[in-house]
Design a protein around this ligand. Structure first.
Ligand code: F6R
Length: 628
């Protein structure tokens, strides 16, 4: 999604804004722009829109520079920001929702004569109505964006008191927004407000910041506050004030970010995705070890007693994308380990389906970013219905983390690559811990079984390391198939959930059409797509289903498919069918998803690399989907 940065302080703002935007480029990147309040009042003359894809506007005390394409275009245009004077500004990287990617539609947007400039992340749902109403009142709209409606509304309501104007806007706008705002007659001041879209503030000796995400400002400060929903913030060089929608000043607490900038840098790897794949052993270790003591799982941080856990009669899991695949895995794991029925829904479906749920249902929302709009809406829907919501979240202080009744953090650290890898692995680890804790609370597994599972869980990081040591075999194989048109993944049970993830990973970064099927379903239609040379990846780690899967692989092979088998060491009969086999270390079957996903991630990575694609920033995708 779009990225926002703002700075007001003692240094020149534009280079800091560009620097921050670069760190946010992963969120959305079809265009970018900055608005800087030039010290010393009104600028020179208006420059009309350039048709070249670059755009500069002067004429008020706010200077706006926008460019279509990657941030480097904006950098070149502004001499890395040096040519835009002023120490207070806002910036934006855009991922188009309303209106095509273009200079005109790029942010910042502004009201007539640039009394107000705005950057926005989110979607203003009633922008058409606002637009029609304001047009009748004489406001003229230049762009196709929803954001411009916010700029004009602020202009309309502004009569010298920014907080009042913003709170009036909040009463009229429906949808989600994080806004960074400059008022031309308030030099040195940035205003911000958010509803359902993430925004943080940071403070430092040099000045104060707003940003969509921590990496944007981590170079300058670790002292941040995650702006609570529906709050307004005023920043000057030395002060930060928070207000509620009734314009009353409120106190907020700041927290220290304890991970390093390095964690958000590539650190010698060609791509963030590869770096994050390699960080998985550490991420899983960091997620598991604090929750284990003397062979037992400790879930105290949930704030639920053992009795409360034992009372859970059903679990409803909701998530999107890869996090949804984690839920599919969790269903098998929790049902086996705790004998609690688990329903799994896509968050985008759950939020509108008026679910029928039993009284003691625990709702679990899984999200890396903690800001996914559909997952957040599902959480709110579940809370409205009176259910206890547990969030499995990676980003500390994110909306889902704050609004859930209990939070279980995955300690993956910042994940930058759009395609999730290490967050996925830590989400799996989190659901294993919950399954074991629940199984114990319900008396389904005994202490010995718990200890055995906990010991094996602790060994997963070193087993992932062993898979990474053999990455060349996967790299070699991937090179052969980087020009495929279709690739299928099949599996049964837990391996079906892993197949879904392998297929998503591949298609999102390689743009190769791919589908995953529960292998038993092939005969009911899909097998007609199998033809000569098509790659079918068969995942088989479950002993009781191994022979069944082998039969399905024989079926596709006899119709011309080239078959890649992914299984555990010891299952050597795989080679009787598969044209090529990748082995992962043996583990308890319930944890196998954590191992087979690694070669599937590497396969996707090397196929995309073989095609020369931008692995970390796949087209049309954004890291954090904060709009519906
Ligand atoms: C795929 C991917 C997405 C996310 C999904 C949910 O690689 O990253 O499918 O898993 O958008 O995002 P979060 O976990 O942030 O809610």
């Amino acid at each position: 999604m779009c990225g926002i940065v703002g700075f007001t302080g003692r240094q020149q703002a534009a280079p800091i804004l560009l620097d921050g935007l670069e760190k946010l480029e992963y969120r959305g990147y079809d265009s970018a722009g900055i608005a800087v309040a030039a010290a010393g009042g009104a600028g020179t003359q208006d420059k009309p829109s350039a048709q070249s894809g670059l755009h500069t506007e002067k004429g008020s005390s706010i200077e706006i520079v926008k460019a279509k394409g990657r941030l480097k275009v904006l950098r070149e245009m502004t001499d890395d920001g040096r040519s835009v004077p002023g120490t207070c500004g806002i910036g934006h990287t855009r991922w188009a929702t309303h209106g095509e990617p273009s200079v005109l539609n790029a942010h910042p947007h502004y009201a007539k004569d640039r009394r107000v400039a705005v950057v926005h992340n989110g979607i203003i749902e009633n922008y058409q109505q606002i637009r029609e109403k304001l047009t009748k009142e004489g406001f003229s709209f230049l762009t196709a964006t929803d954001t411009e409606a916010a700029a004009h509304l602020l202009d309309k309501y502004y009569s010298g008191n920014p907080i009042e104007a913003i709170s009036k806007l909040m009463f009229h706008v429906r949808g989600s927004y994080a806004l960074g705002i400059l008022f031309a007659d308030r030099p040195g001041e940035i205003y911000a407000v958010r509803k359902d879209s993430p925004l943080i503030v940071g403070r430092s000796e040099q000045g104060n910041f707003i940003a969509s995400d921590v990496p944007a400002i981590l170079k300058y400060t670790r002292d941040v506050c995650f702006i609570p929903n529906l709050e307004i913030v005023k920043l000057t060089e030395t002060e930060i004030h928070f207000y509620n929608v009734d314009q009353e000043e409120v106190e907020e607490t700041f927290s220290q970010i304890n991970w390093d900038t390095e964690a958000a840098e590539k650190g010698g790897f060609a791509h963030f995705m590869l770096k994050e794949i390699y960080e998985q052993p550490k991420a899983v270790r960091d997620t598991v070890s604090p929750r284990i003591s003397e062979g037992h799982v400790n879930l105290d941080e949930l704030g639920m007693s053992r009795e409360e856990l034992a009372k859970v009669s059903r679990i409803q899991m909701v998530a999107c994308g890869s996090a949804y695949h984690v839920c599919m895995t969790a269903k098998y794991m929790i049902e086996q380990t705790a004998r609690v029925p688990v329903d799994v829904d896509l968050a985008s479906e759950f939020r509108y389906r008026n679910p029928v749920m039993e009284k003691d249902t625990l709702v679990i929302v899984v999200s890396q970013s903690g800001e996914t709009a559909d997952s957040l809406a599902a959480l709110r829907e579940a809370k409205k219905l009176g259910y206890h919501v547990l969030g499995i979240v990676n980003v500390v202080g994110s909306s889902i983390a704050r609004e859930a009744d209990s939070v279980f953090y995955t300690w993956a650290g910042p994940e930058i690559s759009v395609a999730t890898t290490k967050a996925y692995s830590t989400q799996l680890a989190a659901v294993y811990l919950l399954a074991i804790g629940l199984g114990r609370a319900k008396g389904v597994i005994d202490e010995i079984a718990e200890t055995e599972m906990v010991e094996e869980l602790s060994r997963l990081p070193e087993k992932i390391e062993r898979i990474l040591e053999e990455k060349e075999r996967i790299q070699w194989f991937a090179n052969k198939f980087s020009h495929s048109k279709d690739i299928f993944f099949i599996g049964r049970g837990l391996d079906y959930a892993s197949s879904l993830e392998g297929s998503l990973k591949l298609k999102e970064i390689s743009y190769i059409h791919s589908e995953a099927y529960a292998a038993g379903e092939l005969k009911h239609g899909t097998i007609s797509l199998i033809e000569d040379g098509i790659l079918v990846v068969g995942v088989a780690t479950q002993k009781s289903l191994f022979e069944k899967l082998i039969s399905n692989m024989v079926e596709v092979k006899s119709r011309g498919a080239y078959v890649l088998g992914v299984t555990s060491y010891g299952n050597y009969s795989m080679e009787d069918v598969a044209n090529y086999t990748i082995y992962v270390p043996k583990t308890m079957e319930c944890f196998a998803a954590s191992l087979v996903v690694v070669p599937l991630q590497l396969l996707a990575y090397y196929v995309a690399l073989g095609k020369g694609l931008d692995v970390d920033k796949p087209r049309n995708l954004a890291k954090s989907v904060t709009v519906e």
